[in-house]
Design a protein. Structure first.
Lengths: 189, 189
């Protein structure tokens, strides 16, 4: 890089402005590189996100239809959720996959799970992010376990369908779009 | 699709739980498809996001280094920001590009701007999203206009560098990762 990096800001005080089970709003008083004071509002993450691209033995990908009240629409998305405290991230991805779809790797083990990368929801708002994984050779365990407010339908779609759905704008959800980028860049679809 | 879509929820009441200039937290009382009542916390978007992949006449892409206090790091990202009220989205993308980088299309006009798609930050949390554009043949106007808390450095990077930076995890910001997906799927990089 030719130009030196901008300086980080210094945080003088941090105050929780609002908190409930799902959202924590924090207001920091910071010093900008100029020395000026500035109030910055951000969210504390409520957990570490994981999402997973799961391929069955026919090479199709597990996609879910779910009503997401944040956008007020039924949308396409990958299986995923939050890792439990101290839960290993790949294990969390496989657990969420199993709970939401009833599918698991035919031959469990590290070799069937590949880490794709992390995507930040919005670096201006906070550290909320999702770790993305891919897993192959999924077979049915016929055993789903949904949260009280989860109502899902599972669809097995070809990689070509997924790529066209992202390209055309039918899929707009950030982990699914990011997963397509990581899969393409690694030659996996 | 073989399975019918999950049902949308019904909203019975909406209450603003917290609001400042940057964040609005809303708590909805909703009815789930089972009929059960449920409290759902979401954010109202503070604006419509735009971001832009800008190519110079050598085919290099404008990327910014900026300290983002939400993640507490200096990161790579695309030029972008919020569209002004009633501002056309492509015009907003070009305005943010010009303000943050000092570059603009050599031959302005609709033909030099291409819409890539929308990416939702997190459909569970709200409708916060960014419209992504690509623009070519950028030339210097030598005139930047930064917001009070903006400190940026501009770097022109080859498409191959951008792809490897996303693949390797050096870039994790959702609009940049999503833009790479859209550019690859449209054969633009």
């Amino acid at each position: 890089m030719t130009a030196p990096d901008p300086l980080p800001w210094r945080t003088h005080s941090t105050q929780i402005a609002y908190r409930n089970r799902w959202v924590t709003v924090v207001v920091d008083e910071v010093a900008l590189p100029t020395g000026a004071r500035y109030e910055y509002t951000r969210l504390e993450p409520v957990g570490v996100g994981v999402a997973v691209v799961g391929f069955n033995t026919h090479g199709q990908i597990a996609l879910l239809r779910e009503y997401r009240h944040g956008v007020g629409e039924v949308i396409w998305q990958l299986p995923g959720g939050f890792a439990a405290h101290d839960e290993e991230l790949a294990a969390a991805a496989l657990r969420e996959l199993a709970e939401e779809t009833g599918f698991a790797p035919a031959n469990p083990g590290a070799e069937s799970v590949r880490y794709l990368g992390l995507v930040w929801d919005n670096p201006a708002l906070g550290r909320m992010s999702s770790h993305l994984f891919a897993v192959w050779n999924l077979v049915s365990t016929a055993d789903t376990k949904w949260d009280p407010a989860e109502f899902l339908t599972l669809h097995w779609m070809a990689p070509a369908w997924l790529k066209e759905a992202v390209r055309s704008g039918e899929i707009k959800e950030r982990t699914t779009v990011a997963a397509v980028a990581y899969l393409l860049l690694n030659g996996l679809i």
